[in-house]
Design a protein around this ligand. Structure first.
Ligand code: PPS
Length: 200
C-alpha cells in the first residue's frame, strides 16, 4: 500500500476536454462466458467507431493477460484484481474522451459493480453489455478447446464448468449471442449510444 501520495487534479476538466476533443468518453463493458462472442462484437464495434472518426480502444482478456496482468491467474482473488486493474485502465481511456471497450469474462457481479462505481464517481458513462449465451452453446463452439480441457480436469477453475459466472441483473444492453449477425449486434449497441447522445 502506497503512503505519502497526493492526488494532483488536472487543470482541464473532463467536460472541457470533451468539448475540445469533440468526443464523449465512455466505457463499454462486455461480459459473458468464454466463447460467448464478446471479443468478436467488440472488435467489430471498435472498427465501426474508428470509421466514424471516433477514438476507440479495445482491452481484451487474453491480450491484457500477456502484459499488464501477466502476473494473474484465474483464482477468484486474481480475477478480482484483473478486473480492478482493467476498470482503472478503461477509466483512463474514457477520461481522455476515448470509447473504451473492455471484453473480459468478468464473472463476479461485485467486480462489475465496483468498475461501474469507479466510473460513476467520475461522471463517466459505464455501459454494461451482457453477451448472453447458454453454456451448452458456448461449450459446443469451444474455439480454443478450453471447455473440453476443463471437462477433463486439465484446466482448473474454468468459468461455467468449475468456476462461477454471475449473470448481470441490470445490464444496459443484453445481446443474445448467435441469434443475429455481428453487424446487427453492432447496430443494436450503436443505436443505444446514439439514443444516449454519446456519439457526438
Ligand atoms: S476474467 O474471469 O474476467 O478474469 O477472465 P479474462 O481476463 O476475461 O480471461 C478469459 C480468457 O482466458 C482464457 N482462460 C480462461 N477463462 C476462464 N477460466 C479459466 N480458468 C481460463 N483459463 C484460460 C480464455 O481463453 C478466456 O478467453 P475468452 O475470450 O473469454 O474465451
Amino acid at each position: 500500500m502506497a503512503t505519502n501520495i497526493t492526488w494532483h487534479a488536472s487543470s482541464v476538466s473532463h467536460q472541457e476536454r470533451s468539448g475540445l476533443r469533440g468526443q464523449k468518453g465512455f466505457t463499454l463493458w462486455f461480459t459473458g462466458l468464454s466463447a460467448s462472442g464478446k471479443s468478436t462484437i467488440a472488435i467489430a464495434l471498435e472498427q465501426y467507431l474508428l470509421h466514424l472518426g471516433l477514438a476507440a480502444y479495445r482491452l481484451d482478456g487474453d491480450n491484457v493477460r500477456f502484459g499488464l496482468n501477466k502476473d494473474l491467474g484465474f483464482s477468484e482473488k486474481d480475477r478480482n484484481e484483473n478486473i480492478r486493474r482493467i476498470a482503472e485502465v478503461a477509466l483512463l481511456f474514457a477520461d481522455s474522451c476515448t470509447a473504451a471497450l473492455t471484453s473480459f469474462i468478468s464473472p463476479y457481479r461485485s467486480d462489475r459493480a465496483t468498475a461501474r462505481e469507479l466510473h460513476v464517481s467520475r461522471s463517466i458513462p459505464f455501459i454494461e453489455i451482457y453477451v448472453h449465451v447458454p453454456l451448452a452453446v458456448a461449450e459446443s463452439r469451444d474455439p480454443k478447446g478450453l471447455y473440453a480441457k476443463a471437462r477433463k480436469g486439465e484446466i482448473k477453475e474454468f468459468t461455467g464448468v468449475s468456476a462461477p459466472y454471475e449473470e448481470p441483473e441490470n445490464a444496459e444492453i443484453v445481446i443474445k449471442s448467435g441469434e443475429k449477425s455481428v453487424e446487427e449486434e453492432v447496430v443494436q449497441i450503436v443505436k443505444y449510444l446514439e439514443e444516449k447522445g454519446l456519439l457526438v
